[in-house]
Structures are given as structure tokens and as C-alpha cells.
Design a protein around this ligand. Structure first.
Ligand code: ASP
Length: 344
């Protein structure tokens, strides 16, 4: 195969893109990667070299977590200098989490790492898989005027849109347009031509590429709802195993002002657990202090999640805990923009 446009490593993890319907149960189940590639003969026309690899057995992305992120990141890191870019085929359900985790683990990127998948399996005539995969490959191969990668960051490509990986959220189970980036512009839109939004694409890092594989998943989440009781919430706030706890708050970061809740947060912080405020709203972000119902959280030392997605907020916490950051060091790093996930 000619490789004049460059070489790509394509990693297959599973997901709908490579599934077939099981005759007996009627449910979708992963099938072999080689079968998947046979469905796209157009790959031969891209004028590039593609190597492929897959996780041992392809899985539904609902089963993907820190061990798989580490395997993916290590696989990319170990062959980083051999390829011009990387494509990760992944189920859409947790794609935004994997993209966020990779954006923190792969430091000083100067090459594209783009995740894609599909809403319908590739063997189905109306599938979105073929377009998603072929355009992802085009994007990964695209060079800037200096001959470097046009998109040297972790991205998610889905249904004609390229997003920053740690800014994207899956917001539809049924639309082909399954993803949205509420707080950051699209990096590119594919029509007849692919229009790149260069102003919002990260610059290639001039630093040396580095892998930071450690992750610590001793993280909890407490999603507030009107009527939440101390009987449910306090055991979460008192869980001694947690190193960080994300509170999913209302609106711009507002929580209950009930004394039992605030005392619970105070005790949680006193035990050394970092408490992070992430809004349940998809757009905008957290502004602690705008209302009385968030001012007290700020006063207690709750860390603002700013305009991060939940996916970025949770994987960033695992990443920083994995680095051994605790207390003040954790709070300080957490509120910094590490990989374009947060608007400073
Ligand atoms: N359940 C599938 C997965 O995430 C859905 C998809 O691929 O879109 O693996």
C-alpha cells in the first residue's frame, strides 16, 4: 500500500461500529476487527499506510474504564514516533470519557489522536460508520502549512463534526448527531470540504511527548435532586474510601443550604477528600458565589469545576489523584487548564 500521505495506527476497542446482531438473543454484540475493515474497501484509496490493533476482545464501551484507558495510552505512547496519527474506534457511550482521559494522559501532543464510532453497525446499509471512519482518517492525515499535523490534539469525530475530546458530551442515543460540545467551538465541520476552525485547534506542543499513565479512581459522585435526604446523601459524604467527590449541583453551581448538607460537606473536606462542584447544566459552568446557595460551598473550600464537562471533570480528578496530588496541590492543579478542558 502506498503511504505518501502518512501512516496511521488504528486501535479498535469495540462499540456499535463493529457489532453484529446475535441471531438468538437479538442484541448487538462485538465482532472481529478484520471483518469490520472488510466493510470499507475505500480505505485502500486513501493513499496512506494503516496498521491496526485491537483490545484482546472488543467490548461495549460501558465496560471501558481506567485499565483500558491505560492500555490505549500505553499503546499510543509506545508507537508514538512510528506514526503520523492515531484513530481509536470506540463505542459512543463512554467515548467522551476515554477522550478526556487520554487528553490528560498523553502530554505534549504534536500528533492527532481522534476517536470515532457510530450509532449503527458498519454492516447495516444506513450506517453512519463509513463516513465517520473515512473522515476521521482524512482529518488525522491533514497537514498544516508547515507540514505538521493540522489537529495535534485528542478529538472526537462524529456525524460531520470534529470536537475537542475533553469538551464533548454524548447527548443523544438516537440521533446520528450524538455528540455536542456546549462550552467550546467545533474544531472542524465536514461538508464537501472539511472546514477547520484553526483558531480553536490546539497548537502542536514543542515539549517532548510524555505519557502519564497513573490514574486513581477513588472518586465518588453525588448528584443533587430536590428532595434528596440525609439518609441517602450522608453515607456518600462520609465514605472514607473517597479521595475526591464530585457534587453535581443545580444551575451555576448551587446546592442545598440545609445545615445537614453543609456540615456533611465540611466533614468530608476535613477528612481530606477533595470536593468538586460540577453543574448538572450542560452549558455555561459553575460560578461559586453568584448565589448564596453556592457562596457557602466556596467558603467551605469546595473546588469549582468551572465550565468542564462531567467527563473531563471526573477523568481529570483521577489523573491528578494518580499523580499523587492531594489537598492544596490538588485544588490548585484542578482549577488550571491542563489540556484545553477548561476556559481559564
Ligand atoms: N453501547 C455501545 C457502546 O458504547 C454504543 C455505541 O457504540 O454507540 O459500546
Amino acid at each position: 500500500m502506498s503511504s505518501s500521505r502518512g501512516s496511521i495506527l488504528m486501535l479498535y476497542t469495540g462499540g456499535t461500529i463493529g457489532m453484529i446482531r446475535d441471531e438468538d438473543s437479538g442484541s448487538l454484540q462485538p465482532f472481529e476487527f478484520s471483518n469490520l475493515l472488510k466493510q470499507i474497501p475505500e480505505l485502500d484509496q486513501l493513499n496512506c499506510h494503516i496498521d491496526t490493533d485491537s483490545l484482546d476482545s472488543p467490548i461495549d464501551s460501558s465496560n471501558i474504564g481506567p485499565p483500558e484507558w491505560q492500555r490505549l495510552a500505553r499503546r499510543i505512547a509506545s508507537s508514538y514516533h512510528q506514526y503520523d496519527g492515531f484513530v481509536v474506534l470506540h463505542g459512543s457511550d463512554t467515548m467522551a470519557y476515554t477522550a478526556s482521559a487520554l487528553s490528560f494522559m498523553l502530554q505534549n501532543l504534536s500528533k492527532p489522536v481522534v476517536l470515532t464510532g457510530s450509532q449503527l453497525p458498519i454492516g447495516i446499509p444506513r450506517s453512519d460508520a463509513r463516513e465517520n471512519l473515512l473522515t476521521t482518517l482524512e482529518i488525522v492525515l491533514e497537514c498544516n502549512d508547515e507540514g505538521g499535523a493540522r489537529v495535534p490534539e485528542v478529538g472526537v469525530y462524529f456525524e460531520y463534526d470534529l470536537f475537542r475530546g475533553n469538551r464533548v458530551h454524548k447527548n443523544s442515543t438516537q440521533d446520528f448527531e450524538a455528540f455536542h460540545s456546549f462550552n467550546y467551538p467545533k474544531l472542524a465541520e465536514a461538508g464537501v470540504h472539511i472546514q477547520y476552525n484553526d483558531l480553536h485547534i490546539a497548537r502542536a506542543s514543542t515539549g517532548t511527548f510524555r505519557l502519564e499513565p497513573e490514574l486513581d479512581a477513588r472518586l465518588g459522585v453525588l448528584s443533587l435532586f430536590p428532595g434528596i435526604t440525609p439518609e441517602f446523601a450522608l453515607p456518600v459524604l462520609e465514605n472514607p474510601h473517597l479521595q475526591a467527590l464530585i457534587i453535581r449541583t443545580f444551575g451555576s453551581g448551587n446546592g442545598l443550604t440545609a445545615p445537614w448538607f453543609l456540615r456533611g460537606i465540611e466533614n468530608c473536606l476535613a477528612r481530606g477528600t477533595a470536593v468538586i462542584n460540577v453543574s448538572q447544566c450542560s452549558g455555561g459552568g459553575v460560578f461559586q458565589g453568584q448565589y448564596e446557595s453556592s457562596r457557602q460551598l466556596k467558603q467551605l473550600g469546595v473546588i469549582s469545576g468551572h465550565d468542564m464537562t462531567f467527563e473531563a471533570a471526573s477523568t481529570k480528578a483521577m489523573h491528578l489523584l494518580g499523580q499523587g496530588a492531594h489537598g492544596e496541590a490538588f485544588a490548585e492543579s484542578y482549577q488550571q487548564n491542563l489540556a484545553g478542558e477548561l476556559t481559564p
